[in-house]
Design a protein around this ligand. Structure first.
Ligand code: SF4
Length: 282
């Protein structure tokens, strides 16, 4: 492999194996989805990279058996708030098997979740560390660690059905999505549009603190009955549900080091997202 070849191989190179469709249709319930995503091998470059990272390891983790598989979302199945990141880190989630666990981004995120009353403890070190999230589920648009933390758009699109299914399963309770970074924002908007959430036009641009209100174009039976009652009473309610999107900078090492994102900013945006989701918070 030449020095300019991305680790894990160049997906644009002739002969590079094409991605296959992930088998999302078999996933029933969030537990089933988490189990199914963990077996996915749809992106050849990411499969190669996640397994290579587990073989070569980082010096500090030589005694670890890396997870080396897709990392599922983490948090209760009835979450009101989803936090959507980017992808697992090669020596973080790809090592521990839990999203944002065992890397500096996760250290910042879990500390902020704890400070705002949304997590049971301030640090996350491994999947058996006792961490609990309260009303929050953390997930990502790409479930495998990418070289240089940069998935390709093709890999993002290949992984999209997993995110779509996860949000569909969360839909009955989900009120707000906190989107960490522009990559996640771009990945999420088409998923939400396809799921029947009406997006403003032009599509809202990502920014830290950006807040967008989406309406559900698919009325539930309860919503239909409520709207009929409201119409009969001469009211103006639509009976439609809403979903809030809140944008926030990703707590990447770079963003935290350059103070593009500070711990105070991260806590504030989490508090705001939790408030719109109706979650108790500190
Ligand atoms: S990134 Fe997503 S679609 Fe690709 S192999 Fe991993 S889990 Fe499967």
């Amino acid at each position: 492999m030449s020095a300019s070849t991305p680790p894990g191989g160049d997906p644009a190179a002739p002969g590079f194996p094409a991605a296959t469709a992930p088998r999302v249709a078999t996933a029933a319930g969030l537990d089933g989805l988490d189990a199914a995503v963990s077996t996915c091998r749809a992106c050849p470059r990411l499969v190669a990279w996640r397994e290579e990272a587990a073989r070569t390891k980082r010096k500090a983790y030589l005694d670890w058996d890396y997870w080396a598989r897709p990392v599922p979302g983490f948090g209760p199945p009835d979450a009101a708030l989803a936090v959507v990141g980017l992808a697992p880190a090669a020596h973080g989630g790809n090592r521990t098997g839990r999203v944002f666990t065992g890397d500096p981004s996760g250290d910042a995120l879990f500390a902020a979740l704890y400070d705002t009353g949304l997590a049971s403890q301030p640090t996350a070190t491994h999947s058996g560390d006792g961490m609990e999230l309260y009303g929050v589920r953390i997930t990502m648009p790409v479930h495998c660690a990418p070289p240089a933390n940069r998935p390709t758009t093709a890999e993002r699109d290949t992984c999209r059905p997993w995110l779509a299914r996860e949000l569909e399963l969360l839909r009955p309770t989900l009120r707000t999505v906190l989107v960490l970074g522009g990559f996640a924002w771009q990945a999420l908007l088409p998923v939400l549009a396809e799921a029947g959430w009406r997006l403003p036009r032009p599509r809202p641009a990502f920014g830290h603190g950006t807040e967008v209100r989406l309406t559900d174009t698919r009325l539930t039976d309860a919503g239909r009955r409520r709207r009929s009652a409201e119409d009969a009473a001469g009211g103006r309610g639509s009976g439609r549900r809403e979903l809030r999107l809140v944008g926030g900078y990703h707590p990447s090492q770079r963003n935290m080091f350059t103070r593009t994102l500070t711990p105070d900013m991260l806590r504030d945006v989490l508090r705001r997202a939790a408030a719109t989701a109706g979650l108790p918070r500190r």
